[in-house]
Design a protein around this ligand. Structure first.
Ligand code: GAP
Length: 569
């Protein structure tokens, strides 16, 4: 007898047609079909399904039907989640909360919870390692959030860092548009035209007071602190052109319309590099990394044609990307994301139209990501020339030129590329690309790269009442926590503990059982495949490190074994 059941997935209702059958004396439930999201749909589809079932005479037809049902179920697993669903998930699991929520919140401000802060720190750590620690040509700084207000006068922010506040003529939704985008901007929601006659300019910098009456600003980008410190850093670090200065830190913008969860907020963090060259010595000495991506040139946008997938080096050869430095940085940034598990198919690079360029840039390419709310800027890579250094030189009356060893000349270097990425936007990318619903496990599996996972391993004593097992588990926990963020989890069945950790992206679960007492080994279970290996306790630390770094295949890291009872209990 078939019957309808309702399941809650990501807080939404889904209806299925189930059937109970007695097999080998036991009653087993089988799902026959997915029936939709409302009870009304479900009842209608159930009748259709049962009628069809009656009509299917041949075994072949029956198989096809089963396959179709399976496909619907598979699609459900892969279903993309909306940004609202992600925000709800992040709140439920302790990744991100709305700031000041107990007072009704404040638009555009977010707090990172216990798991969110770990993941955010991991993103920043990986970015710093890749862009600073592992390179000879880049050093870092950590500038202050409030600096001399003259900085912002010289950079042009005081006069021109503003957006236009506009209202859509069709759906009346208020929005912000970049002043440079006026010509092409259409309403995000309905595609309607904005009422440009009633547009109002809106200054984006937050003002504050230093001491009794000194007007100052919260920095709207970290970049300017790199420019004002440039000469000191260059001399102190004994840098040689071409070279870069990197910084990670908070930026603040009084956005007119903060929206899409963390995507556009008023307080966020940036990871920025100003990469300096001698503009007379232009060419890039580095090999352009092998990266294939959708390329959307200015010309293609003008002609309204689709972006084309190609190697970045090919886009350079074809003249779509004009400078080798730009090709190099675009490919490098793409590899950073993909190396940390982002889905390469969700990225494209788009060149700014000439009317879209910022006042300081002669060419800008944006890294765009296919968010559930459309293709949007993830990271900007602008050629800023020597606009900023020359502005600060003029304004401060200080000589900011450096001695270029190669040409033996005093020069004011140019910023050939400024890779500038928001930490929160990177956080969204990694979350969207790893969010997965597994119908077999009936829970979310957050397939984060282990390097980004908030918790690297969960340690389970199989029973919490066996003193010997608890002692080994404690020892393992105390040893691992010196090097990794691990948790000790003894609550509920092992199956329940697995799902709890799958949902928050813990890549490895370590179980200590009766065998561990005899053999001095434990089980490691892989989050994504549910495979298990047996590993000696003495090798655990080293193996865990290799697994996190993806230096060894899981199956090769120990002796494979399958423990069905653990998964299901
Ligand atoms: N220094 C150059 C600069 O700040 P930008 O395009 O204005 O350029 C760079 O910002 C990056 O900072 C963006 O690509 C985005 O990742 C992040 N970002 C900018 N505004 C943001 C906001 N309101 N909320 C979250 N991230 C933002």
């Amino acid at each position: 007898m078939a019957f309808i059941v309702k399941k809650k997935i990501h807080d939404k209702d889904y209806f299925y047609l189930n059937e109970n059958k007695r097999i080998d004396g036991k009653v087993k439930t089988k799902t026959l079909a997915y029936l939709g999201k409302t009870k009304k749909d479900a009842e209608k589809r159930m009748h259709e399904f049962l009628e069809n079932l009656d009509k299917q005479k041949s075994k072949e037809d029956m198989n096809k039907n089963v396959q179709k049902t399976y496909k619907i179920m598979k699609d459900l697993e892969k279903a993309e989640i909306s940004v609202e669903d992600l925000a709800a998930f992040c709140k439920r699991k302790g990744f991100v909360y709305q700031s000041g929520e107990i007072y009704g919140g404040l638009a555009g401000f977010w707090d990172f919870g216990p798991l969110g802060v770990e993941m955010k720190n991991n993103i920043k750590k990986e970015w710093w390692k890749f862009h600073v620690i592992e390179r000879k040509d880049i050093v870092g700084i950590d500038g202050s959030i409030i600096t001399s207000p003259k900085t912002w006068e010289a950079s042009g922010h005081v006069d021109s860092f503003s957006d236009l506040f506009v209202i859509c003529k069709k759906c009346k939704r208020p929005s912000k548009i970049d002043k440079n985008e006026v010509v092409r901007a259409k309403c995000d929601l309905c595609g309607g035209d904005y009422n440009l006659a009633a547009a109002k300019e809106f200054k984006l910098m937050f003002e504050t007071t230093v001491g009794e009456s000194g007007k100052a600003f919260l920095r709207p980008e970290t970049a300017q602190l790199i420019f004002t410190n440039f000469k000191a850093v260059y001399d102190n670090s004994r840098l040689k052109l071409p070279c870069g200065i990197a910084q990670i830190g908070k930026s603040f913008r009084n956005e007119i319309a903060p929206r899409d969860f963390l995507f556009r907020s008023r307080e966020f963090e940036q990871m920025e590099i100003e990469y300096f060259i001698n503009s007379d010595e232009g060419s890039c000495p580095y090999k352009i990394p092998d990266a294939e991506i959708l390329v959307y040139s200015r010309e293609a946008q003008k002609k309204n044609t689709e972006p084309v997938k190609m190697k970045i080096s090919e886009a350079l050869k074809k003249g779509l990307i004009k400078k080798d430095w730009h090709a190099y940085w675009l490919a490098t940034e793409f590899l950073w994301f993909v190396g940390l598990g982002a889905n390469p198919d969700n990225f494209r690079v788009r060149q700014h139209a000439s009317e879209e360029l910022s006042h300081y840039s002669s060419d800008t390419w944006d890294f765009e990501y296919k968010f559930p709310f459309g293709w949007k800027e993830l990271e900007g890579i602008a050629d800023r020339g020597n606009y900023d250094l020359s502005q600060h030189e003029k304004s401060s009356q200080k000589d900011l030129k450096i001695f270029d060893e190669k040409t033996k000349k005093k020069i004011l270097p140019s910023v050939i590329c400024e890779p500038s990425l928001g930490v929160e936007r990177a956080f969204l990318v990694f979350m969207f690309d790893s969010y997965f619903y597994d119908k077999e496990r009936e829970n979310v599996v957050l397939k984060l790269h282990p390097k980004l996972s908030p918790i690297k391993a969960a340690i389970f004593p199989i029973v919490k009442t066996n003193e010997k097992i608890v002692k080994i588990s404690d020892d393992i926990y105390n040893d691992l926590k010196k090097d990794f963020h691990v948790v000790y989890d003894e609550g509920g069945s092992v199956g329940r503990r697995y799902s709890r950790n799958d949902e928050i992206g813990t890549p490895f679960c370590i179980t200590i059982d009766g065998e561990s007492l005899k053999n001095k080994d434990i089980t490691i279970r892989d989050r994504d495949t549910k495979k298990q290996i047996r590993v000696k306790i003495s090798n655990l630390k080293e193996i865990l490190q290799k697994l996190i770094n993806k230096e060894i295949k899981f199956e090769k890291a120990g002796k494979i074994f399958y423990n069905k009872i653990q998964e299901n209990n």
